[in-house]
Each structure stands twice: as C-alpha cells, then as structure tokens.
Design a protein. Sequence first.
Length: 248
Amino acid sequence: MSLPPMSSLEHLGNRPFSFYPPILNVENNEWFYRRASWAEILVMNSRSKEEIWIPRRFLGEISQIEDPVVIVGLVKELEYKAGAVWPHQRRVIEMPLAVGERARTVPPPGDALAPVIGIRTPSVTDSRVGKLVGFTILVGFVASIVAVNVLRQVSFNELTPDDDYGAVVRKLGPPAEDHWQPETGGTQLHSLWYPHRGQHGCFVLLMGDTRSDARYIGAMDARWTPIHWVPLPAGGSTEPTLRGLKKF
C-alpha cells in the first residue's frame, strides 16, 4: 500500500512503524507515534509500552511503502540507556603486536617479495619518533579537554521554554542536587545544580504554576548571576525575572 509523502512522524497517526537501524538495547522494534515538540518526538514501544523521546535531528527519511510496516530512517545508530537515546559509539580495538614483531604490509599482486635485511635504525631516529608520538598524544589530550570545556559552556543553550524536568535531564543528565523553593503565591520554582557545567558549575531553573507545569526559564552561574535566559511569547525575555530571584 503506497502512502503519501511525509515529512514527519505526525502524519503516521496510529500506524505502527520501525526504526532503521533499530535502536540498540531495545528488543522490540515496533513503535507508535504519541506526540511531538519542536525539538523531539515521543514514541511508544508496542510491546513494552515504554515511551521514549527521540530528538528530531536524528530522524531521517520515512518510507512511502507500508510493506509490511513503515520504516523510519535514523541518521545515526542510537542506543537506549538511562531512560534516553544516545548516539552509539563503536570502539575499535587493535590487537597488540608481539614483542619484536613489526606490522606487515601486503605487496601488490605480481610483485616479488624483497629479501629481508636486518637493519637497525639509529637511536636518534627512535628518539625523534618517540617525541613525535608523545607530542601527538599531548595535542590530542589538550584538544579533548578544550572540547569538553566548550561543550560544558554551550550545552544549556539547547534548553527551551518547553523543557520540563525530564527534558532537562535527557539533555544535561541528572543534576547533582535539586531544590524546590517554598511556595510563594502559588508560583513553583525548581533549582537543578550542575557542578560540571559552565566554568564553575551552574543552576538550571524551572518555574510554573504547579510543580508538574514547571518549565525552563534560564540558568545561573555559581555566584547566582544569570548566564542564560529564554524569550517570552509576548516579547522580552526571562532575564529580569532571573535577576529578581533570591538564591534557594
């Protein structure tokens, strides 16, 4: 049965579909669309009834042929862990060479093998190679530290006014601490402490009429100074609200 062209899972309605490649650590690969935000799609597993949020940036093309089920492509191989999906990283392990053994190369077809002559490379060359390897490792280590620091700096820029506690945890991970401000006039304030985000840690703040309605309004640094805020539908932003909040 042919289906009309579809740009998102919202058009599937109640029809089941499968992901390709399948999500790792999930036995059953049959899903139903539940609902969506501008950044994520909520799907439900047909067997376990578990619901999982899939970031839209991981979604690829959707098949137009339902035989036997619609296939939804994923641009990356994903794995399910800690209640969320993450890009799967395959680790390549090289077998170590035996003591005294050198890597072998395969000659082109038809070429005869050259006679093996025992030649010892001067120690000066060995020293230069060793220094080069050490420098390469050092550069890679420094680059990884810089990349981690940059990630910590900009990670909360992915947060939006639609994000509740669950969405924040999926994007930033579980907080080290979280506190609710005592009720004041019905407004609920939720503070999540991330010691490894930003330069010296940061507080992610959520606010709502009730605790279940609390949504992301911005982030404070360790000194309780606003470092990120979100725009308001009527104009302006949450920055003034953040500056008026007392630390709790």
